[in-house]
Write a protein that binds this ligand. Sequence first.
Ligand SMILES: [Zn+2]
Length: 443
Amino acid sequence: MKTVITGATILTADDDDTVLTNGVIEIDGDRIVDVGTDVAATERADRVIDASGMLACPGFINAHTHLCMILGRSLGSDLPLLGWLSEAQVPLMQAFEPDDYDISMRLGAIENIKAGNTTVCEVFFSSHYEQEADQIAARGLDASGIRSVLYRCSNDEAFFDGFVESRHDIVERSQRLIDAWHDSARTGIGIGPLIPWGSSAASFRDAVELSAQQGVGIHLHTAETPEYNDLVRERTGRSNVGMLADVGALGPNVVLNHCVFLDDEDIALIAESASNVIHDPTSNMILASGVAPVPALRAAGVNIGLACDGPSCNNGQDMIEAMKQAALLHKVVTRQPDVLVARDVFHMATRGGAMAVGMADRLGALAPGFLADIVLLDLDAPHLTPAHDPLATLVYSARGSDVHTVLIDGEVILEDRVVQRLDEAEVLARARTRAAAAARRAA
Ligand SMILES: [Zn+2]
């Protein structure tokens, strides 16, 4: 199948940050073969998408979310992290039925696709691992057509009732999930202890070993709040990042999410090990966690991706909003308008995320050889008029709801804001029913 997209203003995010007016994207199967202005490409196409008046860019990579918590959206507002978990979110999750993870993934995938997020990193955790909730979730994500890495996360020592597994079960069940999805084109698997103060050093080492054996990534909540850091220090006598260094859990295949409270030594350890950091500005603000030292991490050469975090601590999945909030947050706390500019946050939302999931050579840019994960935004709207500067328009003026069409692997997965693989009305109705039932059981 050869598809050609014509007429768009294209933000390629390629190595030269090329911007094209009236551009042409030629796609063969799941790959981009050419990006330029060659309209003759339409003669070779099976399908032509006229994107006149639209902005084309790489699909966004929502590099940390918890779609497993989506049925808890709007519960427990205005609480700090541990209170929000213990009083609102965890009791609901304990009341889930295993099948609730299917509807959670479908609802979350629709929300992400409609916001232009073509890849999600689902940091999955559950009190239903015995009933293979992880497999149910992976099947739900895969059915939606979104690209994902489902990180199966849990703890062997401390977290809430039902969420703790033995070391043996963690390794065995992770292995089973990795085996089941080994050959999937779009659904990848990763692993990692969920909470930095909830696992033994041995369990962290298990994750490192399994990651090396199986070639899967590790995803870790890191230094999110001072309380979390205190709990790690009580257990290990080390900072969160220092503890990870001790157990060998730093490196290019490791994703450290949040990293709000770091000292200079932590930043040096992250940089030296080429570990990746994910920034979640909205979640850090909504939970009053703090401001991650993004400028210092960038200065140290650390790769940074961007994320919304879960739909129940954001409370949405709009990566365009996350780009704007990241830029604004660091401008206001440093009082430097150029500390994080539109290009920087766009890079974090595309290529930074691609590198974090180990796909820097094929994801996150519109360039020959890259996977055809493409977003088209309709610029025909009052809040996007005029659009003198396409990048500033995307980052500072646009919203996820401006996304018109989305391709993943060259497949049109959203067309004129209609998801193509799922029945949105059916998914929303089922999600409402299931969320209400879980809330009744939790009460
Ligand atoms: Zn998280």
